[in-house]
Structures are given as C-alpha cells and as structure tokens.
Design a protein around this ligand. Structure first.
Ligand code: PBG
Length: 325
C-alpha cells in the first residue's frame, strides 16, 4: 500500500514553517500614507480610523522620521486644506504654498534620499465639491479640463521634491499627460505610481473623514465598477503604454483577484492599497475583542503580498515594520 502523503510534516514547528514560507513580508515593501492638515495646532484624531491622525507640519515630520527609522519603503502624502481654502478647481493643489506642497518640501529637506517620497496627485481634497476633477456646466467631471489641473499639480509636486506621483483620479489619459509635462520641464527622474485599477468602493468611507471631504454623491463615473475584472486589465495596459513606472490596485482586500491578474500582466512593480475601510474594519473588530488584532493585520498584509503585490500602502506600515525587524 502506498504511504499516506502527509503535508502536515512541513507545519510541525515554527522553524519548519518559516523554512517553507512562500511569501515574505518586509518593512521595505510597506508604504505609509500620511495626512497633513493646514490650520491645526495639534494632531487631530480621525474617529473612524483610531490611531491615525491628521498631522500638523511638526507631527508629520516626527512621524515621517519614525517611519523611515522603522525601515518602511516610502511615504505617501495627502494634504488637507482649510475648508475656506477649497474652491471649484482645487487651487490649493498646485499652489506652491499649498499644504501638500509645503509638506513635501519639509520632508524633502528632512529626509532627502533616505526614503521614497510620494504624493497623492488628485484634486478631491482641494475642491469644494469634493470631486477628483473640475466640473462642467452640468455638474459632471470634465476629463480633459481636469488633466490640465493634474499637470499643474504634478509639476508643483515635482518642484517640491516628490519622487513618485500618485495620480488617483481615474481620468483617462492622466499618466500620459503628466509624463509629458514632467519630461518637458526636465523632471525626467520623477516617477509615476499610477492608481490604475481603482474601484468606486464603499470601503473609502473613513478616508472621507480623514481628508475632511466635501463630496456629495459618488465617484461612479470615473472609478471602476466592482463587478468588473477585464476592465482593470485594460486600465493597467493603458497606464503601462502611457509610461507608468508602477501600477496600483485599490482597494486591496476585496480585490485580491485583480491584484493577481495585474501582477501577472505587469512588467513594472505592482502596488496595492489597504485602504481606510480595511483599517477600520480590523481595528473595530479587534476593539470589540472579536479578532486578534496583530494576527489579523499580519494575515491581511501577507495575503496582499501572496496575491502578487510587491508594495503595499497601509496605515500600519510603521507599526508592522517595527514588528518585523
Ligand atoms: C483620492 C483618494 C482616495 C483614497 C486615496 N486617494 C479617496 C477616493 O477615491 O474616494 C482612499 C484611501 C483610503 O480610503 O484609505 N484622492
């Protein structure tokens, strides 16, 4: 009789499991998204994301230094302007003294090349209507007018020292427009981390509080429908053709099949964004004692890596980097 095949042999001890683990999780693979707000004196907690704050310029610098010290792969910055500074075209986004561009300058000064500094290249934090672009006369997001705004915002971010720009508005042609403008202005080393497959997701809820968003309605005319998979392949292919240096799938956990698909087709590094709602769900369940917080965090990140992401944006980046090292 043939011997019983026993896969459990390779699970017998922690050392054995470590030896045969197929997926790695390392600090350098984690990117910390950070919020910096204008006009506040103290870091402001985000109630739906316990442990995450809107930073002052000072607390941002401290937290960024701690993240880099912990060994994270990079930082992704979001700016939160004062409500009275928002307008229809998001002027604060490309103003050199806008909150995000000031923060990029400060962190460039502090950190130099010791980390990879990234910026969210999108208007939604800066517009009074909360959409990712400029509206036309009928209240729809005007793709091509918005591209001009993204170009201006990109140049401001490049001037401020951002090394990777993250266009997250899902406008058609955004990567090509930004690449062309960066090259024309001599920013040939400034890269583009394209939010290529970005879904209209209910899991962004807490982020809207995080950036004080004024959005009414939804983003379904520009972000993707959760029902679609092949559409993501098309979006990624277009961004690669347009010159994306990295591509991203977002959210992560409800879209691990997309992460896998994109990892198989992409010849540039693939990132996935573990978004605010994913953070909130694990945090809330853990607060109630319903799940083991630390184990759930590691499992979620390992799953995203296993699906094929080489880089993960996660609000737990510093904590997990410290735990891993
Ligand atoms: C758009 C942007 C959003 C997020 C990152 N960039 C919000 C949206 O598209 O509605 C969400 C991130 C998160 O939920 O953690 N600038």
């Amino acid at each position: 009789m043939a011997p019983m095949i026993r896969p459990r042999r390779l699970r017998t001890t922690p050392a054995m499991r470590r030896l045969v683990a197929e997926t790695t999780l390392a600090p350098r693979q984690l990117v910390l998204p950070m919020f910096v707000a204008d006009g506040i004196d103290e870091p402001k907690p985000i109630s739906s994301m316990p442990g995450v704050v809107q930073h002052t310029m000072d607390s941002l610098r401290t937290a960024a230094a701690e993240a880099v010290e912990a060994g994270v792969g990079g930082l992704m910055l979001f700016g939160v302007p004062r409500a009275e500074d928002k307008d229809a075209t998001g002027s604060g986004a490309d103003a050199d003294d806008g909150i995000l561009n000031r923060a990029l300058r400060a962190l460039t000064d502090d950190l130099g090349d010791s980390t990879v500094l990234m910026a969210d290249t999108c208007l939604d934090e800066f517009t009074d209507h909360g959409h990712c672009g400029v509206l036309d006369g009928r209240g729809r997001v005007d793709n091509d007018v918005t591209l001009d705004r993204y170009v201006s915002m990109s140049l401001a971010q490049a001037r401020a020292g951002a090394q990777l720009l993250g266009p997250s508005g899902m406008m058609d042609g955004q990567v090509a427009a930004i690449r062309e403008a960066l090259d024309a202005e001599g920013f040939t080393d400034t890269g583009i981390l394209a939010y290529s497959a970005k879904y209209a997701s209910a899991f962004y809820g807490p982020f809207r509080e995080a950036v004080g968003s004024s959005l009414q309605g939804d983003r379904r005319t520009y972000q993707q429908d959760a029902a679609n998979r092949i559409e993501s392949l098309r979006e990624v292919r277009l961004d690669l053709e347009e010159g994306a240096d990295m591509v991203m799938v977002k959210p992560a956990m409800s879209y691990l099949d997309i992460v896998r698909d994109v990892a198989e087709m992409s010849d540039v590094p693939v990132a996935a964004y573990q978004i605010s709602g994913e953070y909130a769900m694990i945090t809330a369940a853990a607060e109630r004692g319903w799940i083991d917080r630390d184990a759930a965090i590691l499992e979620s990140l390992t799953s995203i890596r296993r699906a094929g992401a080489s880089v993960i944006l996660t609000y737990w980046a510093t904590e997990v980097a410290n735990r891993l090292s």
